[in-house]
Design a binder for this molecule. Structure first.
Ligand code: PLP
Length: 415
């Protein structure tokens, strides 16, 4: 078939499509150990809560009402109001419903935002999105309509106690000129579990403001919900910041609800894109979340159920990894948030793409690190030495998966 330039790019293979296929295969193959995708954990207390909430909403007619009408292109008004009030109360941010727009998952918000701000301009200029700290979220990599939409730089690495390390933005490397359209970072970061410090965020916000470009913060795992963040940090928003959130990691990836908090001009632009691409964002997620806010359950569940669940899981996963892989060349990025561990096998003789294939043959799915170094300027051996594993599986599956990873890594080091 003869595809357009758009078709050739978007209908072909991409890292994110491979990941989603693996995820789906893993879910349909009962023997696969899924340490790959970004599916959130099945938290029994949350699933029970959602079941009861939906029963209640079915009884009151709210569920049917949410399915039998289109919302406006900006998204469900009641949710926009409820969320604006919650964020004002929680953080004192000066926002109203006019600062919020919904999308069908935050993934689609990034597609709109990146292509709205960067790419080819009428005057022939090209602009890119700056990812200040590489590695970054795989889902950004193929989202640009133009080629080479991203530029990123190596971080500095601090070695911590107990075989942990942490990435930091290397501000001495960042170049921001008129070829940069926006700065974007996930916080907590997928894939590493890093959380940019308040200082780093303040610095990035100041740089963005000084260069009159927006700062996009991807808050899919952050505060105030789902609160999968284990460090004491301050959430950040100002009129120059585009804060993207999601209901997915609360445990509702199937409702496909993304949330963008931005200045009014940006909200209008995204609402207009919604109208063309989707008519309106889906309504069920916002109806559920509105109810959770009105019943004052959204934040307590995030703080008291979701956060402790993942915190306990990550500690257990680290313990299992340490037992299985005592090699001093093995290090783990300090898990500060999100649902992944980022494993670094220093001087690994094979790439993690090869390791991924070997693990897949043994029924273990992880994501090779190479995919996450999007737009990185220089070749960096480190980018072939890391992999991302999620820690959302049950203990038994995680143990089996980690044992197989340990064996394959030991084999690779012995080559
Ligand atoms: N941003 C980050 C950092 C993610 O990890 C994900 C999903 O895993 C997304 C955005 C997209 O999530 P969704 O489209 O489900 O809101």
């Amino acid at each position: 078939m003869d595809f357009s330039r758009f078709g050739n790019k978007f209908a072909g293979d991409s890292g994110i499509t491979l990941l989603m296929q693996d995820l789906n295969d893993g879910l349909t193959n009962p023997d696969a150990i899924m340490l790959g995708g970004g599916n959130p954990a099945q938290i029994p207390a949350m699933n029970h809560y959602f079941t009861e909430l939906l029963k209640d909403m079915a009884t009151t007619g709210e569920l049917t009402a949410s399915m039998t009408n289109y919302d406006g292109p900006q998204g469900k008004d009641r949710f926009l109001d409820a969320l604006a009030t919650l964020l004002q109360q929680q953080y004192g941010w000066k926002i109203s419903a006019k600062n919020i727009v919904l999308t069908n998952g935050s993934q689609s918000a990034f597609f709109s935002l990146f292509n709205l701000l960067a790419g080819e301009f009428e005057n022939g200029k090209k602009k890119k999105i700056l990812l200040p700290l590489s590695p970054e979220y795989i889902g950004y990599a193929d989202a640009g309509l133009s080629p080479d939409m991203f530029i990123s730089y190596q971080p500095t690495i601090s070695m911590l106690e107990d075989g942990f390390f942490k990435y930091h933005v290397d501000f001495s490397k960042l170049v921001i000129d008129d070829s940069i359209a926006a700065i974007c970072a996930s916080r907590p970061t997928n894939p590493t579990g890093n959380v940019l410090t308040d200082k780093e965020i303040e610095h990035l916000a100041a740089l963005a403001k000084a260069h009159q470009i927006p700062l996009i913060i991807d808050n899919a795992y952050g505060l105030p919900f789902p609160d999968i963040i284990f460090e004491e940090v301050t959430p950040f928003w100002d009129n120059n910041t585009i804060l993207c959130m999601s209901l997915s990691k609360l445990g509702l990836p199937g409702v496909r609800c993304g949330i963008v908090i931005a200045n009014e001009a940006m909200v209008t632009a995204l609402s207009n894109i919604n109208g063309i691409v989707n008519l309106a964002p889906g309504s069920i997620g916002p109806a559920v979340a509105t109810k959770m806010i009105h019943q004052q359950e959204l934040l307590p569940l995030s703080q008291n159920v979701i956060k402790p669940f993942y915190h306990q899981k990550v500690q257990r996963a680290v313990e299992l990894l340490r037992q299985a892989i005592p090699d001093p060349r093995f290090k783990i990025h300090k898990p500060e948030g999100a649902i992944f561990l980022w494993l670094w096998f220093e001087d690994l003789p094979i790439t993690t793409k090869v390791l991924y294939q070997r693990l897949k043959q043994r029924g273990v799915l992880i994501v090779p690190g190479e995919y996450f170094f999007i737009g990185l300027q220089d070749e960096w051996a480190h980018s072939h030495e890391c992999l991302r594993m999620n820690y959302v599986q049950d203990d038994e599956a995680m143990q089996r998966g980690i044992t197989i990873i340990a064996e394959e890594v030991a084999n690779a080091y012995a080559e």
